[in-house]
Design a protein around this ligand. Structure first.
Ligand code: NAP
Length: 242
């Protein structure tokens, strides 16, 4: 039977684990960033592998035959490592990446730093910042006010001077997002192009209120990587391995 590593940390990773376990021999992997992660069904390992060399050693030691990478579209380092090591070891590798959002009228930028520059250039004053814990530090020098929504609290040293932190985890609904934008008198939303339905309501709410959006584009995928957009397609790819 094929033994599969499922790189997760996303709703898609959990859904794929649920659709494969127990009839496929899978082990899910989480980075261990959040203290209370939502766990996939089936066997799970937690923590980094120790770079490219650590991942290569681990795949060989665990007799892994194939890897499905269902990590977040912005988790570019682990994806680069997995694509490289699978190429070297000649193991089948699939990227499961949910389709990106259509940016529409959003100001599209390539990085958190560029998003912070756009906020300054446009003179936005009250920003709903949803780029995640690691994205906050790019805004540390801004004089604007930020409503910062994150799963785990950022380090105090990277926070902008004027802010409020909201700790929460999606999914988020349209009515709640509309109320949040109104309550805090938000004049711009800053987001990554994460894609998917769990967090897209903020875009619909911003559009309804005519609030501009600054959207950080996804990092490019490694060249030549097989990619699917849905859990069902990933499950079909796994079925073809046997
Ligand atoms: P990253 O920058 O691509 O990876 C940094 C390091 O974390 C990797 O080199 C690896 O350490 C370790 N790592 C990442 N994902 C791992 C996994 N699934 N299993 C084992 N080790 C992993 O990753 P990130 O952006 O910090 O994301 C970390 C995790 O959070 C991922 O599982 C991702 O799916 C999830 N997540 C990320 C975001 C986001 O916006 N980036 C949003 C939601 C969920 P070693 O080099 O030591 O192997």
């Amino acid at each position: 039977m094929t033994r599969l590593l499922l790189l997760g940390g996303t709703a898609e990773g959990r859904a794929l684990a649920a659709s494969l376990h127990p009839h496929v021999d899978i082990i899910s992997s989480l980075a261990g960033r959040v203290p209370d992660p939502a766990l996939p069904v089936g066997p799970v390992r937690i923590g980094g592998f120790g770079g490219v060399d650590g991942l290569r050693r681990w795949l060989v030691a665990e007799h892994i035959d194939a890897v499905v990478d269902a990590t977040h579209p912005f988790a570019a380092t682990i994806t680069a490592h997995a694509a490289q090591v699978c190429g070297e070891l000649n193991k089948p590798y699939l990227m499961l990446a949910r389709p990106p959002w259509d940016p529409g009228d959003a100001i599209v930028v390539a990085s958190d730093t560029q998003a912070a520059e756009a906020v300054e250039q446009q003179r936005f004053q009250r920003i709903f910042l949803t780029t995640g814990r690691s994205g906050v530090k790019a805004f540390a020098g801004s004089a604007a006010w930020f409503l910062i929504r994150v799963v785990t609290a950022p380090d105090d040293t990277v926070l902008p001077r004027r802010h409020q932190v909201v700790l929460s985890r999606g999914p988020y609904g349209y009515d709640d997002e509309l109320a949040l934008l109104r309550e805090h008198d938000i004049d711009a939303v800053v987001t990554k192009n994460s894609g998917g339905d769990m967090t897209r309501a903020k875009l619909d709410a911003a559009a309804a209120l005519g609030i501009p959006v600054v959207m950080v584009a996804r990092p490019p995928l490694p060249a030549g990587v097989a990619t699917v957009g849905t859990v069902a397609e990933a499950a079909a790819w796994v079925a073809r391995l046997n």
